[in-house]
Design a protein around this ligand. Structure first.
Ligand code: SF4
Length: 299
């Protein structure tokens, strides 16, 4: 089976106690069967603590405290399971995060999710064009071949990023309407973090921005390449080729409009929030794809 990864994939390392938005806070942490069995066989004081913090209703998961922290995230920002038992005893979801896997019949894609601030920094501060570990055979698969074309357009550094996005939309003969009230659309989605609501207010008057500032073009290129890498191949399942390209263009425009300070630091933070709020919710992604399909079918 071909495994496709972006070239920055190997650079990831969790920053643990230096992380300001730890994934050990606010997310349900399900325990997979294999890890559950390992925990079940443990003996000793720490094993007792471990087992007493598992909630058995539904899929077994760790019982978060009143501030939604994992009970094993200690006050130094380190994981007590790792310090007491070693990394091998983490459940699958903790070992994987922030990596994501997309499984297809001919290949599997593995990437880093923008929801993690360390991953977002690696992806969005990368200066060189991103490439994928594609074998010649895999690159001939029609879906991946077409996606490489999209990457080529997005990475044409002779043009401002706005023109590259327009060229990408021309290729699929679709357009992104500027008069849609995207604020209402995003506000109607499931939301978790109040900070995201504050950022949404920044697109109340629309998502069009001034075209003359290009200092962050490379970072926006990386964002767009990430979005196409992460979401485009799923069109094999739902046939939504144009919608998935439009989705990347929409998210780029929304994040750019929210980044009123036009700084890389804020771009990284908004991208991280977008990822937590939107792309880790199938329901939210599907709602946006449905909305975007309205602008394709009538043409
Ligand atoms: S969000 Fe990323 S950097 Fe922070 S604790 Fe989780 S994996 Fe580590």
């Amino acid at each position: 089976m071909t495994i496709v990864t972006p070239d920055y994939y190997k650079n990831f390392k969790c920053i643990a106690d230096r992380c300001r938005h730890s994934c050990c806070i606010g997310w349900e942490i399900d325990i997979d069967d294999a890890t559950f069995n390992k925990y079940d066989n443990l003996k000793g004081d720490f094993a007792l603590k471990l087992k007493s913090n598992i909630e058995f209703e539904g899929t077994p998961h760790f019982r978060l405290d009143t501030t939604e922290r994992c009970p094993f995230l200690n006050s130094n920002g380190l994981c007590d399971i790792i310090t007491n038992l070693g990394e091998d005893m983490l459940c699958q979801i903790c070992s994987d995060h922030p990596r994501f896997r997309n499984l297809y019949s001919d290949f599997t894609e593995v990437g880093l999710g923008l929801c993690c601030e360390a991953a977002a920094e690696i992806i969005l501060t990368k200066k060189e064009k991103t490439s994928l570990s594609l074998t010649t055979e895999a690159s001939q698969l029609p879906i991946l071949n077409f996606r490489e074309k999209l990457f080529g357009i997005l990475q044409d550094r002779s043009l401002p990023i706005k023109n590259r996005v327009n060229n990408m939309l021309s290729l699929i003969d679709a357009y992104l309407p500027v008069d849609t009230n995207w604020y209402s659309v995003f506000y109607s989605l499931e939301r978790m973090d109040k900070t995201w609501d504050d950022y949404l207010l920044r697109i109340k008057d629309g998502i069009e921005t001034e075209a003359d500032e290009h200092s962050l073009d490379t970072a926006y290129e990386q964002l767009l390449v990430y979005l196409i890498f992460r979401h485009f191949s799923d069109c094999q399942y739902d046939g939504k080729v144009k919608e998935r390209v439009l989705l990347a263009a929409l998210i780029y425009k929304v994040i750019k409009a929210m980044n009123t300070s036009n700084t890389l630091k804020e771009l990284i933070e908004i991208s991280r929030l977008y990822s937590c709020e939107i792309e880790y919710s199938d329901e939210n992604i599907n709602r946006l794809l449905s909305e975007l399909s309205l602008y394709i079918n009538p043409r």
